[in-house]
Design a protein around this ligand. Structure first.
Ligand code: AP5
Ligand code: MG
Ligand code: ZN
Length: 216
């Protein structure tokens, strides 16, 4: 299955993707995670991406499309993949269509919908594990011990772009550059919108229904 998770910053794409890929047995491809890994390793890609990410702006399309083209050409993507955070401009969506021409195109684009005021609370209260990348929230998905990851014991940190000012920029960028993809994929007949403003498990159940999966 070739799936795209669409939705504004904080909608829960990463949270849902982490669980979904274990059920669907496809790789989780998050451009945000790839850029953060590049920043940690200090590669030229990381240096370039950091300048944009810290301001809440998008990394240029040529760069982003290039890393996705390489990634989905890997053997583990032969049976499909789950894209999280890509595409997020019309140019990226068109480039993806070209990459998938002859491969049957996308099976589903799931738009996770959450009201704007809730997104700000979600993003500013998010904490991430430095070691395994697990996603927490101080109120909605709190770790048992403060600042310690439940699953690996790693240290939790706040993403550099999760401060309120940058969050507002990111939400603005989403409205201007990414929201038009809703219409783009509606026209292609592959878009399904689900309610992301409910408990994490309830969102997962709705996602399963949208993908025609029955997890009980
Ligand atoms: P990226 O890492 O993709 O960030 P984003 O799209 O802004 O999305 P987030 O990761 O912030 O949110 P999410 O939807 O994954 O939510 P999460 O599950 O964590 O991109 C970062 C940057 O990289 C971009 O700004 C850009 O610079 C660059 N970039 C990346 N891709 C790019 C591209 N294609 N082109 C150009 N540039 C690109 O959940 C959020 C919080 O809410 C967590 O605390 C979680 O615990 C909580 N939560 C989740 N679900 C629920 C729920 N149901 N109820 C209550 N709380 C919940
Ligand atoms: Mg994410
Ligand atoms: Zn961890």
């Amino acid at each position: 299955m070739k799936i795209v998770l669409l939705g504004p910053p904080g909608a829960g794409k990463g949270t849902q993707a982490d669980v979904l890929v274990k059920k669907l047995f496809v790789p989780h491809i998050s451009t945000g995670d790839m850029f953060r890994a590049a920043i940690s390793s200090g590669t030229p890609l990381g240096v370039e991406a950091k300048g944009y990410m810290d301001k809440g702006q998008l990394v240029p399309d040529e760069v982003t499309v290039g890393i996705i083209a390489d990634r989905i050409a890997q053997p583990d993507c032969r049976e499909g993949f789950l894209l999280d955070g890509f595409p997020r401009t019309l140019a990226q969506a068109e480039a993806l269509d070209k990459l998938l021409a002859g491969l049957g195109g996308l099976d589903a684009v799931i738009n996770i919908s959450v009201p704007l005021d809730k997104l700000i609370v979600r993003l500013t209260g998010r904490r991430m594990c430095r070691d395994c990348g697990n996603i927490y929230h101080l109120l909605y998905n709190a770790p048992e011990k403060e600042d310690v990851c439940d699953s690996c014991g790693g240290q939790l940190y706040q993403r550099a772009d999760d401060c309120e000012e940058t969050v507002k920029n990111r939400l603005d960028v989403y409205e201007k550059q990414t929201a038009p993809l809703i219409e783009y994929y509606t026209r292609q007949g592959v878009l399904k919108t689900i309610n992301g403003d409910q408990q994490i498990n309830a969102v997962l159940a709705e996602l399963g229904d949208a993908l025609g999966q029955h997890w009980g």
